[in-house]
Design a protein around this ligand. Structure first.
Ligand code: TPP
Ligand code: MG
Length: 362
């Protein structure tokens, strides 16, 4: 179910008008989303075990966000350069990367800090994706800075035109930081509105601080309203509600070249991180139960088939995990690699910019 201020279907305030009839995705699409959600969960559970076994230093990730994040990844216009979407993600974005096509084994590699980790060559901790070929901007540990960094690609895409957009996601607690306000200010300037989908994944927690003790506004996305932005709130535990909410918000940003604030209400199923114990929280809605129950009700996938799928994914994950443990770690003498740009890197960047013919826009 979705609420908000843009289209007629999204134009009701929470609880004030009858809900629109829920829309459905076709069978194959929902099954594909389910497969990815299951893989995302199996991946996160393996990562948690790796951290506990001492095969990684720290765990943080996205169990509970699979429904929303998988849909976001599937709906993205993936590619490199200004004609494609830029993604400025959060440390809980594993489902989005998986849906974009990033193999699970690469996340396992980052957890194990192997040299083969394609995102940071063993330098960063898990969930800190970065993929230039797909405009996935490096994810940071300082929270919320992505909202001010995203202004940069937003400006470049506003000047460039086309239908590529900038997507930025982050948590509810982080929205109290100045970067979020800067994003709203810059995205809505009348002289150059930015084609930005500004997402807040609201799990009602900032580590151990409950949202109700911090937020005077009814919805975090309401903060877009004084800036003239359309806003919406969707049930981020529901894959179909998430799909249609993201699609409509994205369509608006692509077409109008203006910002939209989308808030997803969702669960945090293993606590904040390994620092808070990373144990399953049974009191919150599990999006995997929501989708499995729906698939079963529609006769599209039985409980047994879901269990079999999960078992199959667990076996694959086990194989990838064993492989990662055999892979090399970075060597001490490599510690300074990539800290300073070499002449070679500068020359390569210049060549890329001239072939993309975007240097003037940037
Ligand atoms: C700039 C900054 N301040 C504080 C922290 C410590 N910190 C890490 S996560 C977190 C809470 C984030 O909560 P939220 O934005 O709601 O995201 P969630 O983890 O709930 O997805 C805080 C305060 C940080 N990493 N960076
Ligand atoms: Mg939060």
């Amino acid at each position: 179910m979705c609420y908000g201020t843009l289209m007629s279907e999204l134009s009701v305030e929470m609880g004030r008008e009858p809900s629109p009839a829920p829309r459905q995705l076709p069978k194959e699409q929902l099954l594909k989303i389910h497969d990815l959600m299951l893989e995302g969960r199996v991946l996160e559970e393996r990562l948690i075990r790796m951290q506990r076994q001492g095969e990684g230093y720290f765990w943080i990730g996205g169990p509970g966000e699979e429904a929303f994040n998988v849909c976001l990844g599937l709906l993205m216009k993936k590619g490199r350069g200004l004609d494609h979407d830029f993604f400025h993600g959060h440390y809980r974005s594993s489902g989005t990367l998986l849906a974009m096509g990033a193999p699970s084994i690469d996340a396992l590699r980052q957890m194990a800090n192997t040299k083969t980790d394609p995102y940071s060559e063993g330098r960063n901790f898990v969930g800190h994706f970065s993929k230039r070929e797909w405009n996935v901007v490096p994810i940071t540990s300082p929270i919320e800075v992505q909202y001010s960094i995203a202004i940069g690609t937003g400006i470049a895409q506003a000047r460039h035109g086309g239908d590529g957009i900038t997507i930025v996601t982050g948590g509810d607690a982080g929205s109290a930081e100045g970067d979020f306000a800067s994003c709203l200010v810059w995205a809505s300037r009348p002289m150059l509105p930015l084609p930005m989908l500004i997402v807040v994944t609201n799990n009602d927690w900032g580590i151990s601080t409950p949202a109700e003790s911090q937020h005077g506004e009814a919805n975090v996305s309401d903060r877009g309203k004084p800036f003239g932005m359309p806003t919406a709130v969707c049930d981020g535990n529901d894959p179909e509600a998430s799909w249609f909410a993201i699609q409509e918000a994205m369509d608006y940003v692509r077409r109008e070249r203006k910002p939209f604030v989308l808030e997803a209400r969702l669960s945090r199923l293993y606590g904040h991180s390994s620092s808070s114990g990373s144990n399953y929280v049974s009191e919150e809605v599990d999006c995997l139960d929501v989708i499995a129950e729906r698939l079963e009700r529609r006769g599209w996938r039985s409980k047994d088939e879901t269990v079999a799928k999960r078992t199959e994914l667990e076996a694959s994950m086990q194989g990838w995990y064993k492989q990662v443990l055999t892979e090399p770690k970075p060597r001490p003498e490599e510690i300074w690699d990539y800290v300073f740009a070499t002449e070679n890197v500068v020359a390569q960047d210049a060549a890329v910019q001239s072939t993309e013919k975007t240097a003037g826009d940037l």
